[in-house]
Design a protein around this ligand. Structure first.
Ligand code: BGC
Length: 372
């Protein structure tokens, strides 16, 4: 016999279930499941946090290139972008705000590689995957790392400088070494790679400095001290870790009456001002890091992770030990650039156009370097 009470209860349960499913479906419409990603969805919130803005690459390349690739891969994704302006406390607040906001993935380029480990762990506790961007986050739980091989960048700088010193008849230097910000793990790796190359070549380092916050004015002050201590006629070359610090060192050399065309200076980032100095003979070399490839690889990882999917096959090509674990890593290649190959590298790649480089002041230098 049919039990009418049981029948009504079943109906109520079924209706409740339908309503619950309907609410759940609507609740997922914004593509945000409050952290941790979602299966096969088409949305998600991506926090993209960069470390500073005085080095030109971050605002003019990393940010727009990352945003454009996310927009292409996932038009419904939302990006929460912040720049810490070199302040670790700022960055901590920005990470905390992203966690509170319930982002689906955190892409973090740390100001301070060591203290960022705790930030990554806090995100992971909130079930938010973490991707370390360009600089490695040390001693934290990470999902991916995407970067250039920074030891190799240092080696390219050191080898180019050692070769130029030998060509100039000064194989033993001495040189001045201006490293990057000690809070940045990359700075240690650039130092390590360049020391290997310079040491192998038997180049003497007369004075060596770390550059707090990577600031060009700090590099300039340090170079002034080095010139006073070592003597402007003894210095045969300068290792500067990036183009900003190279600019500071060159300003100090000019201020002391040295001719930078006769004292090779290294750099990194292929900044427009550095490319112009290179073709004008004021800076010897830079390292070209194809930032488009970096930003796009990070965007591919971030979109996949935000949607609870695996990254595209073959993208991850290595692993990096961050002191806590081996992190699946995308490593990208870099190229040493001197006057001889500006045209075949940064110009051929569209990183800078001939119009960008060849302003009135540099027209003759552009012709000499075959840039048109
Ligand atoms: C980056 C360089 C940059 C430097 C200063 C490093 O971690 O790899 O490209 O010049 O930081 O921001």
């Amino acid at each position: 016999m049919r039990n009418p009470r049981f029948g009504r209860a079943s109906l109520v349960m079924a209706l409740t279930l339908i309503v619950a499913l309907f609410i759940a479906a609507c609740g997922d419409d914004d593509g945000d499941d409050g952290g941790g990603g979602e299966e096969g969805g088409g949305g998600g919130k991506i926090a993209f946090l960069l470390p500073e803005s005085q080095t030109t690459r971050y605002e003019s390349q990393d940010r727009p290139l990352f945003e454009a690739k996310v927009e292409e891969l996932c038009p419904d994704c939302e990006i929460l972008y912040q720049n810490a302006d070199q302040d670790p406390a700022n960055q901590q607040q920005q990470v905390e705000a992203a966690i509170t906001e319930g982002v689906d993935v955190l892409v973090l380029d740390p100001v301070d590689s060591t203290s960022a480990g705790a930030l990554a762990n806090r995100a992971k506790q909130a079930d938010i995957p973490v991707i370390s961007y360009d600089r490695l986050i040390l001693n934290g739980d990470l999902d991916y790392y995407v970067s250039f091989d920074s030891v190799e960048v240092g080696r390219q700088q050191g080898e180019a400088l050692a070769q130029k010193l030998a060509d100039d008849g000064n194989p033993e230097g001495p040189i001045i070494k201006i490293n990057g910000d000690p809070k940045d793990n990359n700075a240690k790796l650039f130092d390590q790679g360049s020391d290997e190359a310079l040491g192998d070549a038997g180049v003497e380092v007369a004075k060596e400095y770390d550059t707090p916050d990577w600031l060009p004015e700090n590099a300039q002050r340090q170079m002034e001290q080095a010139i006073t201590a070592v003597g402007k006629d003894r210095i045969k070359g300068v290792y500067a870790a990036n183009d900003g610090t190279a600019g500071g060192a060159i300003a100090a050399m000019k201020g002391a009456g040295m001719n930078p065309a006769q004292v090779p200076v290294t750099g990194q980032d292929a900044e427009l001002a550095a490319i112009q100095r290179i073709i004008a003979g004021e800076q010897y070399m830079t390292v070209y890091k194809p930032i488009k490839a970096l930003a796009e690889a990070a965007a591919e990882l971030a979109v996949a992770v935000a949607n609870g999917e695996e990254p595209p096959e073959g993208l991850v090509n290595g692993e990096e030990d961050n002191g806590q674990e081996k992190v699946p890593t995308v490593f990208l290649e870099t190229i040493a650039v001197t006057k001889d190959n500006v045209a075949d590298t940064v110009v051929a790649d569209g990183f800078w156009t001939a119009e960008d480089i060849c302003t009135q002041r540099y027209q003759k230098a552009c012709q000499d370097a075959g840039i048109e």
